[in-house]
Design a protein around this ligand. Structure first.
Ligand code: PMP
Length: 283
């Protein structure tokens, strides 16, 4: 596999980052994951805009313009013959002697991109089966709107889900669902799609923004507000969204079926619209 590191495209075995990198020592970095279908990149503009915002919130500049970033994405797709898969991008504050305070602003940032092949990404069997979810307390920090590489608690959440025989976990704070470990969370009640409003408590999902736009264009009712676990348990259906899963139905919460325990029609329709429209707009 060819990966990109600080201006160079190299075989993965030759890709090296310093042990003093602040991404490694302090999780002082941000990332994006963008999906590729049929060799084309989905929602690139949205991911580039969120990247710039995440960096700005941490007083870091964009190391290059969005056009140059897109060129790197495309070259990695071409060099690796990527058809269906993901592109991971990470930018850190760079390598400097270990100190909590940020280093000199001249310190070169570390920029890494690599691809992950996911054959049949859009035909995941889970879309037909539906996911089993457990609820766990949300024990992350307070700036979840910044897409940092500080992902230990979400990793712990995935392991808690696995141990419980489930696929993922929804995190709960003050009695309300914030989001999934790596996705945004939705319920559907009496035809209305309900998902948490934007704020510092959740990541502003690029897929979320697109799916809500498509839902409104299709005259579906949308409410952006927090919901409780009790509401979720009594919902007609539930689903999640993320760049790598698109729209994925949820059929079980904490061991109890949601609705009739099978993937719901709203999630199925939104998945279809999202995949159709994103493929059309892919670059
Ligand atoms: N919330 C969290 C915590 C996430 O990690 C992700 C995926 N990175 C999402 C939501 C979904 O965001 P997106 O649709 O941009 O992938």
């Amino acid at each position: 596999r060819t990966v990109y590191v600080n201006g160079e495209f190299v075989p993965e075995a030759d890709a090296k980052v310093s042990v003093f990198d602040r991404g490694f020592l302090f999780a002082d970095g941000v990332y994006e994951v963008t999906s590729v279908l049929g060799g084309k990149i989905l929602d690139f503009a949205g991911h580039a805009a969120r990247l710039e915002r995440s960096l700005a919130e941490l007083d870091m500049p964009m190391p290059m313009g969005a056009d140059e970033l897109l060129d790197i994405h495309r070259k990695l797709v071409a060099d690796n013959g990527l058809d269906d898969g993901l592109i991971y991008l990470q930018i850190t504050r760079g390598a400097a002697d270990r100190d909590f305070a940020y280093p000199d602003a001249q310190t070169p940032q570390t920029v890494v991109l690599f691809t992950q092949e996911k054959p049949g990404l859009a035909d995941a069997p889970m879309a037909k089966q539906g996911m089993k979810i457990i609820s766990i307390p949300d024990e992350r920090w307070g700036r979840r709107d910044i897409k940092t590489v500080q992902l230990l608690y979400p990793s712990m959440g995935k392991m808690m889900a696995k141990a419980a025989g489930a696929h993922d976990a929804w995190m709960v704070e003050d009695g309300h669902v914030t989001e999934g470990t790596s996705n945004n969370a939705y319920i559907v009640k009496d035809g209305t799609i309900i998902t948490r409003h934007l704020g510092n408590e959740i990541l502003h999902g690029i897929t979320r923004a697109a799916v809500l736009r498509f839902a409104r264009e299709a005259q579906m009712r949308v409410e952006e507000r927090s919901f409780t676990l009790e509401e979720a348990a009594a919902a007609d259906e539930a689903f999640i969204t993320s760049a790598s899963t698109f729209v994925m139905p949820v059929v079980e919460l904490d061991g109890a079926p949601i609705g009739d325990g099978t993937p719901g029609p709203v999630a199925a329709r939104l998945r279809e619209i999202y995949l159709d429209e994103s493929r059309k707009a892919a670059v």
